[in-house]
Design a protein around this ligand. Sequence first.
Ligand code: FMN
Length: 307
Amino acid sequence: MDLSVQLAPENSRGLLLTNPVMTASGTFGYGTEYTNLVNIQKLGAIICKGTTLEPRSGNPQPRIVETASGVLNAIGFQNIGVKALITEKAPIWADWKVPVIVNITANTIEEFGQLAGMLDIVKGIGGIEVNISCPNLRGGGMEFGMEPESAAQVTAAVRKATSLPVIVKLSPNTHRIAEIAAAVAGAGADALTLINTLKGMAIDTYLRRPVLGNVTGGLSGPAIKPVALRIVWEVAGTVQIPIIGCGGIVTGMDAIEFIMAGASAVQVGTATFANPHASLDVLAGIEQFLQQQNIDHITDIIGATKR
Ligand SMILES: Cc1cc2nc3c(=O)[nH]c(=O)nc-3n(C[C@H](O)[C@H](O)[C@H](O)COP(=O)(O)O)c2cc1C
């Protein structure tokens, strides 16, 4: 059975995964935290925690709250910063079989380009995922992902600064998703990740105040799966570049739905908090389905759902 997928077919460096299951940014640390728990080398790829130019301590507590079939988070990019990532994490990743993709976010277009340029020739980095979709960062993050023009400008700045495969991660918090996806593809993205979290909130009725220190947060988990699937479906009908489906994936069959809707790969996020093996369980579920259905190549079912 051939589970391999190429996520950057037009890029000279390419992004060939041995299987389509990746971990979602912010839910698997730097991968290093999981080496004693999970056989991480069996994963298709690891996307690391969102990385900024300078280290960040994140938003005020509380930063995470459980909701019906999901989680609201407002971490606010607590991270070690790009310099520490290059000197402390990348040398470890360079010895791994599993490719690591660095998720980046910034407050300005120039900063996005600067980050991409710093990562360009670092050993141990297989690609860049550009987050223009985070609802938890004021004056940046999601704002770039709300309009086709600004989304394309960020993509073009990153594209200019690096020859690494560039994946752009889009927000569901817009009605212009298909236009934005087309603009990002036109600006040189190799692939898209769909989707980041949906903006939401929760209220503590006894205290009569928002639960999250940041007031609002991003909703993830099974609650958002139908929305994510619909967006993958819509965008797959619009763009030619590979799509990575993300949002509420817990089982292999969830992943198969995304692949049939048009995704070439998937990311597992919130499910990892309840079960550190979730991504490998998703992989096993995909294998089992393909075996049952006598499908030899995963690529045979990408976009298999009739329009
Ligand atoms: C605690 C937490 C932290 C996250 N941090 C990031 C991040 O740093 N960068 C990013 O692009 N997405 C981040 N995300 C979004 C996830 O990568 C993913 O897009 C989203 O959670 C939907 O997938 P899921 O339902 O499988 O969790 C975060 C999600 C959670 C729950």
